[in-house]
Unconditional design. Structure first.
Length: 264
């Protein structure tokens, strides 16, 4: 049994955004972190490993420096890592990205008891589209916004969060789940994990490794295979500092400020 976790390296939101001339993010020149929701997905896989002894495989698509992120995830407890990297994959939108990741998951292999985990969404694009698209392309049942998981044989009972409540869903494996932060508290890297993470398996899937998959075509990957394009990427302007009102006449002070700004 395997738990396959799709993760993404995203720009650190405390840093600045660098944009290439074609409108795509210049990820190589920005500080990066592991997408927060993906850490919850990894923790869900690690809890499954604790309960069943399954193998946890982490996979990401990105430039070669993304290996560092994968090593950190190996240090948290994952068993193997796969980096999907190639110039042909650059500039992919959610559709093209899901094509490539689905082909990579196909190459890893999805068995009858396996579960594919994804974070709900990435903090850079906020689309929440890649996980469900991977499930569709792999022909897997899927449950999104997962806040609790109970496993009984080949059946998972999943608590799916909604805006005004939740629903309980039973799903057969193999399946794909997208995880939210309420699901768990991600564990830290262990000292032993840090020492052994470079002894664990790390594979690289480039274009040549995946080109024979039916999902990989020149017009379905990269910029050419992306039906959507980012018009503009930029760092939002920072808000001004707030004003602290003190004293017994704060209401009058506030009224004066609002009047001066012609808001009342």
């Amino acid at each position: 049994m395997k738990a396959i976790v799709c993760v993404k390296q995203v720009p650190d939101t405390s840093g600045k955004v660098a944009v290439k001339a074609d409108g795509t993010l210049d990820r190589a020149s920005m500080a990066t972190i592991t997408n927060p929701d993906d850490l919850n997905a990894l923790e869900a896989a690690l809890k499954l490993k604790d309960a069943t002894g399954c193998e946890v495989v982490v996979i990401t698509m990105g430039p070669p420096p993304a290996e560092g992120m994968l090593r950190e995830l190996l240090a948290r407890g994952a068993d193997k890592a796969v980096l999907v990297s190639g110039r042909e994959f650059g500039g992919s939108d959610t559709f093209a990205t899901s094509q490539i990741l689905a082909a990579a998951v196909n190459k890893i292999g999805v068995g009858p008891e396996d579960v594919v985990f994804c974070g709900r969404q990435a903090i850079d694009g906020d689309t929440a589209q890649v996980g469900p698209q991977i499930a569709e392309k792999l022909h897997l049942p899927q449950v999104t916004y997962v806040a609790d998981i109970q496993k009984d044989g080949n059946t998972l009972t999943v608590k799916r969060m909604l805006e005004d409540g939740y629903m309980m869903v039973k799903v057969q494996t193999p399946c794909l789940l997208t995880c939210i932060k309420e699901l768990n508290q991600p564990r830290y890297m262990s000292v032993n994990g840090i020492f052994t993470c470079y002894d664990k398996s790390m594979e690289v899937f480039d274009y040549n490794a995946l080109k024979d998959d039916p999902l990989i075509e020149v017009d379905t990957i990269g910029l050419k295979g992306s039906p959507t394009n980012v018009f503009k990427s930029f760092t939002p302007p920072q808000k001004g500092a707030g004003t602290m009102l003190t004293g017994d006449d704060t209401a009058a002070q506030l009224a004066g400020i609002l009047a001066k700004k012609h808001l009342i």
